[in-house]
Design a protein around this ligand. Structure first.
Ligand code: P6P
Length: 354
């Protein structure tokens, strides 16, 4: 019989690589797996329990919050607020840092999470996902500070996502490769199904919202034509797949090879920084990509090297097979200097984003 490895057992085996690990880090990953099971149960039942539909609340981006968003956000918060393992949290659904309540102990890690990414897809039964990232506490005080959260992706201790699709999968890395687990609902366990995921050398797909093409920069428009085999040396065209749910698009490209891009553009004056959130989407995807032999860029350089200055700052995101992402950087260098000059002050925190 094949070796049955639950995510708990796998995390424990991973922990052995860190001799001085106290287990707190391992427990945070356990707790994320448990949160994922609880959210999965509600997500699959969503159509039945009337939890669908929009609330009258809005999140920090002015987007209608879906009830399942709020449920997922609350689930992750309540799983972690009392454990004494975290010194602070941050959620895409909350404007400010989430402090650990004073009556609970503070710990050595911080958790940043997007509780339900792609939530606008919920009530049309398209895959949605949870994205999480864990940094180590670096501030000297007892409680967490913004400095513990605003660390570059290079410092990440762990990152991962859950995709609630035809099956529920949890994929994570602690810097020892990328590993995928599929939920067996009959036993309520995540079982190892994709050990040491490596992006295939040959890409199959590209993922982008072609509806935005007229707003893309000249370089990115040419790049898309290159991916389609129209521009340049007439390469074999890539298939186009776009779900509109980052976790689902990223996951498919990770397993089949491909590139996802949501570029910055000059469509809206003063907003050349794209849509993806650095701290809640891009950093985690960039750490996973690097660990799977792929690469994530904002069009200028590695997402992992960007020094954050604001919890909700946005970045352009081009992620997938390294050769494809580097080709995009080449097109941007060649054709998009105007955009680069407009974006750079936002990348370096010289200008605050709107
Ligand atoms: P658009 C979902 O809102 C999200 O943040 C990502 O999950 C997804 O990739 C992207 O936005 C979709 O954006 O503008 O193409 O609908």
């Amino acid at each position: 019989m094949a070796r049955i490895v639950t995510i708990e057992r796998h995390i424990l085996e991973q922990q052995k690589q860190f001799p001085k690990a106290t287990g707190a880090f391992t427990q945070v990953l356990y707790d994320m797996a448990l949160s994922a099971k609880i959210i999965a149960r509600e997500t699959t039942r969503a159509g039945l329990v009337g939890i669908l539909g929009e609330t009258d609340d809005q999140n920090v981006y002015g987007e209608q919050q879906q009830k399942l968003d709020i449920f997922a956000d609350q689930t992750i918060f309540k799983m972690n607020d009392h454990t004494g393992r975290l010194c602070a949290m941050a959620s895409e659904e909350h404007e400010d840092m989430i402090e650990i309540p004073a009556h609970f102990d503070s710990g050595k890690y911080v958790l940043l999470y997007d509780p339900l990414d792609g939530s606008s897809n919920i009530d049309v039964n398209v895959s949605v996902g949870t994205i999480f990232a864990i940094h180590r506490k670096i501030s000297s005080g007892e409680r967490g500070t913004l400095a513990d959260l605003l660390q570059p992706g290079r410092s990440l201790a762990a990152a991962g996502y859950v995709t609630y699709g035809s099956s529920t999968m949890m994929v994570y890395t602690t810097g020892q490769g990328v590993h995928g687990f599929t939920l067996d609902p009959s036993v309520g366990e995540f079982l190892l199904s994709h050990e040491n995921i490596r992006v295939p050398a040959t890409a199959k797909y590209y993922s982008a919202n072609q509806g935005n093409e007229k707003y893309w920069t000249p370089g990115m428009r040419r790049y898309a034509k290159w991916l389609q085999g129209i521009e340049g040396e007439g390469r074999k065209p890539l298939g186009h797949r776009y779900i509109g749910s980052l976790v689902a698009d990223f996951h498919r490209n990770l397993l089949r090879g491909g590139v996802f891009f949501y570029p910055g553009d000059l469509h809206e004056a003063g907003k050349p920084y794209g849509k993806m959130r650095l701290m809640f989407e891009a950093q985690a995807m960039a750490f996973l990509a690097e660990q799977a032999g792929a690469y994530a860029s904002d069009g200028i350089g590695d997402i992992l090297d960007i020094q954050p200055y604001s919890l909700h700052q946005r970045v352009p995101l081009i992620v997938g097979n390294r050769d494809l992402v580097e080709k995009a950087e080449e097109y941007i260098r060649k054709y998009d200097q105007e955009w680069v000059e407009a974006y750079r002050p936002f990348r370096e925190g010289v200008r605050e984003q709107a």
